[in-house]
Write a protein that binds this ligand. Structure first.
Ligand code: PGA
Length: 254
């Protein structure tokens, strides 16, 4: 099995001002400076990305965005392009978070366009997939994940597939405190890896697959010990520096 570098990403969602972002980084940095096995990523709102990037320069933390538009430029009021993110030294971008799918009409077909654009701009896509509670109860989990992964990755160039980070985030576990059992999370992440392997077996060994949904310091180690879970996409627990530091430590130990 490939030795994949653990990947710990905090998703701040619509939280924190510039001052609060800097405060967080200054509290976090000394707590995570003793190791560097895990990659550490902060997905900040557009308005605080520059603060995060300036405050983390020279550190192990990568600044990331939570969304981007697929076009290079044009009449898309309120949107941000991949080139604009690169201009700020942003290095990764969350694509297809379930909140964007649910509240902002993000579709599989749009994601199919966004992934290659992110990669062409040297932004590491953190591509999110996951089933709703109703879909799980109707035994549709496998079909939903298959559709999301196959369409989302359809236009990714073969030589870049290994650079995509995929986050399995069951919608029923996000922000609910209801974490998926390690068995459910591992099964879904293994399915995702098999789907990537259908496209390219080597890329499937390299792709990092994250679990997201109520990951916390007290459940992270068990999740990260699963063979197909290479990291976490963390919402609530990424807002407090001390908690996020513990999650980074769990990633360093994985
Ligand atoms: P949560 O969010 O950790 O607060 O459940 C995860 C996410 O939405 O990425």
């Amino acid at each position: 099995m490939a030795d994949r570098r653990p990947y710990i990403a905090g998703n701040w969602k619509m939280n924190k001002t510039g001052f609060e972002a800097e405060d967080f980084v200054f509290a976090l940095l000394p707590q995570i400076s003793g190791a560097d096995r895990a990659e550490v990523v902060i997905c900040a709102p557009f308005t605080t990305i520059a603060n995060v990037i300036d405050a983390t320069r020279g550190s192990r933390i990568k600044g990331a965005a939570q969304n981007m538009h697929e076009a290079e430029s044009g009449a898309f009021t309120g949107e941000i392009s991949a080139g604009m993110l690169r201009d700020l030294d942003v290095r990764a971008v969350v694509l297809g978070h379930s909140e964007r799918r649910q509240y902002f009409a993000e579709t599989d077909e749009t994601l199919r366009e966004k992934l290659p654009v992110a990669l062409a701009n040297d932004l590491e896509p953190i591509f999110c997939v996951g089933e709703t509670e109703a879909e799980r109860e109707a035994n549709e989990t496998e079909a939903v994940l298959t559709r999301q992964v196959e369409i989302g990755l359809a236009d990714v160039p073969a030589d870049r597939l290994g650079n995509v980070v995929i986050a399995y985030e069951p919608v029923w576990a996000i922000g609910t405190g209801k974490v998926a059992t390690t068995e459910i999370a591992q099964q879904a992440c293994a399915l995702i890896r098999r789907l990537v392997a259908k496209i390219d077996a080597d890329a499937a060994e390299r792709v990092r697959i994250l679990y997201g949904g109520s990951m916390k310091p007290d459940n992270a180690a068990e999740l990260l010990a699963q063979p197909d879970i290479d990291g976490g996409l963390i919402g609530g627990a990424s807002l407090v520096a001390d908690d996020f530091a513990k999650l980074v430590a769990a990633g360093d130990a994985a």
